[in-house]
Ligand binder design. Structure first.
Ligand SMILES: *Cc1c(COP(=O)(O)O)cnc(C)c1O
Length: 419
C-alpha cells in the first residue's frame, strides 16, 4: 500500500531549507522515550529532543493524560474576557519557580512571539513613563532570539541566519559580550556614551544556542546585570533554550544569582508537546502599565493566547519536574557527556569540546558537507542536526546511559572518519 511519504512533499515548504537541493526529510511515524521511529521501522536514538523541547522524552504518559483530559473538557477558548484554570494555575506556578518578583505572566504561542512581546513591553515601559528617547536595544554578537522580524533585529546580524535582511530591519546595537578585558571595556564605554537611547539589554543567559552553542560565565551575566542597574536599563533574559533545567539549574539566571526585569520562556515549557510561550515581567515593569488610560495598556493578544491544551501540558510538565529527579539527571548527563566527548578533542579538525548541563558541543574548524554528515549519523542510528561548524547533543533528560553512549560514540566515530 502506498503511503503519504511515497509521493515526496510537493506541497510542503521546509524550515531553513533550500528547496531545490535539500535532501528529503526522514519519514517519521511515531516517537517513544528517546527514540524516533521511522516509516521503515528503523529507530533513531534522539540527540536533539526536537529542537530542545522534549525534556522528559517523548510520549510521557502524565502529559499525554493531561492533554487528553483537557481535550475532552475544553481544548481552547479565547483569552480576551475569559479565563480558565490551566492558565491561572500555570501562571502562578511559573511565578513561584522564577526568581524574585518575576510574577506577571503574558502567554503567547511561540518563542519568537514571546521575544516580540518582551521587546514591545520594554519599549512601552519607557513610553508609559514619558521617556521617548529610549528606542533601541542592546544585544550581543552570537545571539539568536527568533525568526520574526523584531526578534531578528536583535539577533547577530552577521553570524545568524538573518544577514540577508541587514538594512531592512530596525537597527539596534549588537556588540561583543563583555567576556574579557577588551570586550568589557568596549561594553562599558558603549553604555557610558549611548545608554540614554537604550530601552533594554537582551541576552540568552549562559548559552547562546542557535548562534553556535557559545558559553559564557555567570560573571558575564552579573556584569551585565550590574550595568543595566547602573544605567537604568531593562534586562531581558531569553531563556527559551536555557529554561527548565537545560544548563543544570531550573533557569540559567539562577546560576548567576540574577533576576532580569523580563524573561522569555518556551521550548521545554510544555515538555515538547504543544506550542506555548510566556513573557514574564517583574512587578515594577507590570506597574508601569497601570493607569487610568487605556493607551498605557499592553496592546498584544495572540488568538491562541494561553491555549488550554498547551497550558494543561505545561502544568503536567511542571508536575513531572516535581515528581521525577530531572536536575539530578541533568548533572549525570553532564558528567557522562564530559567524559565521553573528551576523546573528540584529539581528532583532527576539532576546534573545541565543551559541556554545560545537558548540552554537549563538538566545535569543528569547519564542516564542508553538513548534509553528508547528517546522513552518516542516521546510518549510525542516531538523530543529530549539526549546523554551521557545530555538532552538538541536547538529549532528553530521561535518556538512558546506554542511549547517551550510543550518541557520543556515533559522534566520535563519524568525526574520526569524516574528512
Ligand atoms: C528557539 C529560540 C527562539 C525562538 O523560538 P520559536 O518558538 O522558534 O519562535 C528564541 N530565542 C531562543 C534563545 C531560542 O532558542
Amino acid at each position: 500500500m502506498p503511503t503519504w511519504f511515497d509521493e515526496g512533499y510537493p506541497h510542503i515548504w521546509l524550515p531553513y531549507a533550500q528547496m531545490k537541493t535539500t535532501p528529503p526529510s526522514l519519514p517519521v511515524t511515531s516517537t517513544r522515550g528517546t527514540r524516533i521511529v521511522l516509516a521503515d521501522s528503523r529507530e533513531l536514538v534522539d540527540g536533539m529532543a526536537s529542537w530542545w523541547t522534549a525534556c522528559h522524552g517523548y510520549n510521557h504518559p502524565h502529559i499525554t493524560a493531561a492533554i487528553t483530559r483537557q481535550a475532552e473538557l475544553m481544548p481552547h477558548v479565547m483569552f480576551g474576557g475569559l479565563a480558565h484554570e490551566p492558565a491561572l494555575k500555570l501562571a502562578k506556578r511559573l511565578a513561584d519557580i522564577l526568581p524574585g518578583d518575576l510574577d506577571h505572566v503574558f502567554f503567547s504561542d511561540s518563542g519568537s512571539v514571546a521575544v516580540e512581546v518582551a521587546l514591545k513591553m520594554a519599549m512601552q515601559y519607557w513610553l508609559n513613563k514619558g521617556v521617548s528617547t529610549r528606542r533601541r536595544f542592546l544585544s550581543f554578537k552570537g545571539a539568536y532570539h527568533g525568526d520574526t522580524t523584531g526578534a531578528m533585529a536583535v539577533s547577530d546580524p552577521e553570524e545568524g541566519m538573518h544577514a540577508l535582511f541587514k538594512g531592512i530591519l530596525p537597527e539596534h546595537h549588537v556588540i561583543a559580550l563583555p567576556r574579557d578585558e577588551a570586550s568589557t571595556a568596549a561594553f562599558d564605554s558603549f553604555l557610558k556614551m549611548r545608554a540614554g537611547e537604550v530601552a533594554g539589554i537582551i541576552i540568552e543567559p549562559l548559552v547562546q544556542g542557535a548562534g553556535g552553542m557559545l558559553f559564557h560565565t555567570p560573571e558575564v551575566l552579573q556584569h551585565i546585570r550590574d550595568a543595566a542597574h547602573r544605567y537604568n536599563l531593562l534586562l531581558i533574559t531569553d531563556e527559551i533554550f536555557t529554561g527548565f533545567g537545560r544548563t543544570g539549574s531550573m533557569f540559567a539566571c539562577e546560576a548567576a544569582g540574577i533576576t532580569p526585569d523580563i524573561i522569555t520562556l518556551s521550548k521545554a515549557l510544555t515538555g515538547g508537546t504543544l506550542p506555548l510561550a510566556a513573557t514574564v515581567a517583574r512587578t515594577h515593569v507590570f506597574e508601569a502599565f497601570l493607569s487610568g488610560e487605556d493607551s498605557s495598556a499592553l496592546m498584544h493578544g495572540p488568538t491562541f493566547m494561553a491555549n488550554a491544551l498547551a497550558c494543561a501540558a505545561a502544568n503536567a510538565s511542571l508536575d513531572i519536574f516535581e515528581l521525577e529527579p530531572r536536575l539530578a539527571q541533568v548533572a549525570e548527563i553532564s558528567k557522562q557527556l564530559t567524559e565521553e566527548l573528551a576523546p573528540c578533542r584529539d581528532l583532527p579538525g576539532v576546534k573545541d569540546v565543551r559541556v554545560l548541563g545537558a548540552i554537549g558541543v563538538v566545535e569543528m574548524k569547519k564542516i564542508d558537507d553538513l548534509n553528508a554528515l547528517k546522513q552518516r549519523f542516521v546510518e549510525k542510528g542516531v538523530w543529530l542536526r549539526p549546523f554551521g561548524n557545530i555538532v552538538y547533543l541536547t538529549p532528553a533528560f530521561t535518556i538512558s546511559e546506554d542511549d547517551l553512549e550510543t550518541l557520543t560514540t556515533a559522534i566520535y566515530d563519524v568525526l574520526r572518519t569524516h574528512p
